[in-house]
Design a binder for this molecule. Structure first.
Ligand SMILES: CCCCCCCCCCCC/C=C/CC(=O)SCCNC(=O)CCNC(=O)[C@H](O)C(C)(C)COP(=O)(O)OP(=O)(O)OC[C@H]1O[C@@H](n2cnc3c(N)ncnc32)[C@H](O)[C@@H]1OP(=O)(O)O
Length: 302
């Protein structure tokens, strides 16, 4: 039932004009990350998929410059790539990483949440919910190779993965910093964090909008491993090999057992959550905070 609802949303997304226009990335032969039988890279303008069929693994590279902000188009392309890999029996695991130097993802695209019509906010929030659900419940092993800064929605995306490897660079902070923008992390962002680092640590991190540098991220458990920057991809691959050595059906059922109650809460409250988001984001005070935050980002350069 839940999956059917998800598929309907995705299908609707695929039918949108800009989604219909998505092209398969012109062929480079893969895999770029070692091994394999030379299957071609595929993907879309903002998502590059480097398949390694011999290993049963695909590297999914986010490339929505300058900062991999999670726009509606980008989220849809990510979902399409995930679905394609899930439907291909060759693949058992994906490594999610970034093609934008120094940035894993700047989180939700603030321009999707500023100065738009309520109908747009509904459409955008549905895509955010769908991305979380599909990644959180994916049957594939999903490992995040975090090679850059990862605030808010970027952190959330990595928290949907089964394992997080972070590059040891003090600039690469990670966390749910929504309060610093004058906004509130929805209950399912919070639940995902609680499931990862526990209640007390989440309470502190969310209220203070903490962005953890690598050593602290490791200590609190936001990430599973911190490694030198040039070893992030190779570490993700070794971890993947360990996870893929487990009988797949047993691992998948265990993942579902662990995650379904959290996902079910959103699935049963999905419409109410959209209404809450739209009401909240349409508030004058929230729009002012977001505009001011975006302005501050732009002025940083000048
Ligand atoms: C009763 C109440 C109940 C309430 C219930 C809840 C209801 C729902 C509430 C709503 C929740 C919404 C949740 C949102 C989660 C999010 O993800 S919000 C986004 C948070 N992201 C950030 O804070 C990151 C912001 N960006 C940065 O800090 C930096 O850009 C960077 C560290 C990522 C990179 O720095 P640098 O390399 O120096 O690049 P910049 O020059 O800063 O940026 C380049 C360019 O990109 C634009 N940009 C940056 N981030 C974003 C973004 N997230 N979205 C859109 N655009 C972004 C930036 O403005 C620059 O643009 P220009 O080149 O100047 O045009």
């Amino acid at each position: 039932m839940a999956l059917a609802v998800g598929m309907r949303v995705l299908t609707r997304a695929l039918l949108r004009p800009w989604a219909r226009g998505l092209r398969v990335a012109p062929g480079r032969t893969g895999p770029a990350a070692g091994g394999g039988d030379g299957m071609r890279c595929f993907g879309s303008p903002r998502v590059l998929v480097e398949p390694d069929p011999a290993a049963g693994v695909a590297v999914v590279k986010m490339r929505n410059p300058p900062v991999n902000s999670l726009s509606l188009e980008f989220l849809t392309e990510l979902l399409i790539s995930l679905e394609k890999l899930e439907n291909d029996k060759t693949f058992h695991g994906i490594i999610l990483t970034s093609d934008c130097p120094g940035i894993f993802s700047a989180g939700l695209d603030l321009t999707e949440m500023c100065g738009r019509k309520p109908e747009h906010y509904v459409e955008y929030w549905k895509a955010v919910q769908e991305t979380w659900l599909r990644f959180y419940l994916s049957n594939l092993v999903v490992i995040a190779a975090i090679n850059g800064v990862s605030p808010a929605g970027g952190c959330l995306l990595s928290l949907t993965c089964d394992y997080r490897v972070l590059a040891n660079n003090p600039k690469y902070t990670i966390g749910l910093n929504e309060t610093l923008l004058g906004i509130v992390a929805p209950f399912w962002f919070k639940d995902t964090m609680v499931n990862t680092i526990g209640h007390r640590a989440t309470e502190r991190a969310l209220q203070l909008g903490l962005l953890f540098p690598p050593a602290e991220a490791l200590r609190v458990g936001v990430v599973d491993q911190v490694v030198p920057e040039d070893q992030v991809q190779s570490t993700a691959r070794s971890v993947m090999a360990q996870w893929l050595a487990i009988p797949d059906h047993a691992r998948q059922l265990t993942k579902t057992l662990m995650r379904k109650p959290t996902a079910d809460r959103l699935l049963t409250e999905r419409d109410a959550d959209i209404q809450t988001f739209v009401r909240f984001i349409c508030r004058d005070s929230v729009q002012k905070s977001l505009h001011a935050y975006l302005e501050k980002l732009k002025q940083k350069k000048g």
